[in-house]
Design a protein around this ligand. Structure first.
Ligand code: AMP
Ligand code: MN
Ligand code: MN
Ligand code: MN
Length: 275
């Protein structure tokens, strides 16, 4: 079974509409797909309709932005109920802070000599409630500030650079509880991206489990093969369910296309074991 439980559509910072994303998953022989847009579930209904039409299994998902200690983390929720009131209210709050942050990013870039970036970024947005650094990056690339999205992030949009602003996202326990309240399972997304040492990673996992979190991404487009092994080790040590997802965004910057990544190590318990 080819199962891909992490990707993005135009509902957040992906380039394909939800239906087109599902069509691509079908072309790539994905058997089960989860759509996990950042902080928003409004693409799920059309993605599901397309998945039914194409015979692809479909899972309702979301990727919630979280602040934990000094880090920004992402927590994926799988098999959520997008109509659940607690989840909806939580995500509405996260989205409102995104809009405020975008204004601060634009002011910071203005001070660095780049005017009108909020309007610029909004031209790339598919969903006005989800404006992300990716949209600023696409605007900055197309206006010649850097060669590619990766370069823009390094030059402008990461901590210490002129267009970076601090942001408090959801608390870890809140994100996990919204997911669980809606019937979903919470999964730590791409843990290899957070630059945590092993003591910090163990601290994160312990806290995540204490809040009711159950899973961790092991095979993701954001990990190297060495990191597949590293996080398989954490899954074993902490008895976490293992997940697999491309984190496809539809652009050249996505390291893995939908469904095109290795299988999970055989001995791990996959997050879909009882689905
Ligand atoms: P935001 O949630 O608005 O802070 O934006 C985060 C998104 O930006 C991530 O989901 C990625 O899609 C993208 N991103 C983050 N860091 C990088 C990077 N170094 N290069 C390219 N894209 C990145
Ligand atoms: Mn993204
Ligand atoms: Mn992420
Ligand atoms: Mn993602």
């Amino acid at each position: 079974m080819n199962i891909d439980l992490h990707c993005h559509s135009t509902t957040s910072d992906g380039l394909l509409e939800p239906g087109a994303l599902v069509a691509r998953a079908a072309a790539n022989s994905v058997d089960i797909l989860a759509l996990t847009d950042h902080d928003d579930t409004s693409g799920l209904a059309s993605a599901r309709a397309e998945a039914i039409a194409r015979g692809v299994g479909f899972v309702d998902g979301v990727e919630i932005s979280v602040s934990w200690q000094e880090s920004t983390l992402h927590v994926v929720g799988l098999r959520i109920d997008p109509d659940n009131a607690r989840l909806r209210t939580g995500l509405e709050w996260v989205r409102s802070t995104r809009i405020q942050r975008a204004e601060r990013i634009s002011e910071a870039l203005e001070r660095a000599g780049i005017p009108d970036s909020l309007a610029g970024a909004l031209a790339y947005v598919g969903n006005p409630e989800i404006i992300s650094r990716t949209h600023f990056a696409r605007f900055l690339v197309d206006s010649g500030r850097a060669r590619d999205v990766k370069g823009v992030f390094q030059r402008y949009l990461v901590k210490g650079k002129p267009g970076y602003v601090e942001q408090r996202w959801a608390a870890l326990g809140d994100a996990v509880s919204w997911i669980r309240a809606s019937g979903g399972v919470a999964v730590i997304a791409h843990p290899g991206r957070y630059n945590l040492d092993s003591a910090e990673m163990k601290g994160l996992i312990a806290e995540f489990k204490a809040c009711g979190g159950e899973g961790i991404e092991v095979v993701t487009g954001s990990h190297t093969p060495t990191q597949y092994r590293e996080f398989a080790g954490y899954a074993r040590q902490f008895d976490l369910l293992a997940s697999r997802g491309s984190d496809f965004h539809g652009d050249a910057g996505s390291r893995a296309d939908l469904g095109l990544l290795p299988s999970l190590p055989q001995d791990l318990k996959p997050v879909w074991h009882d689905w």
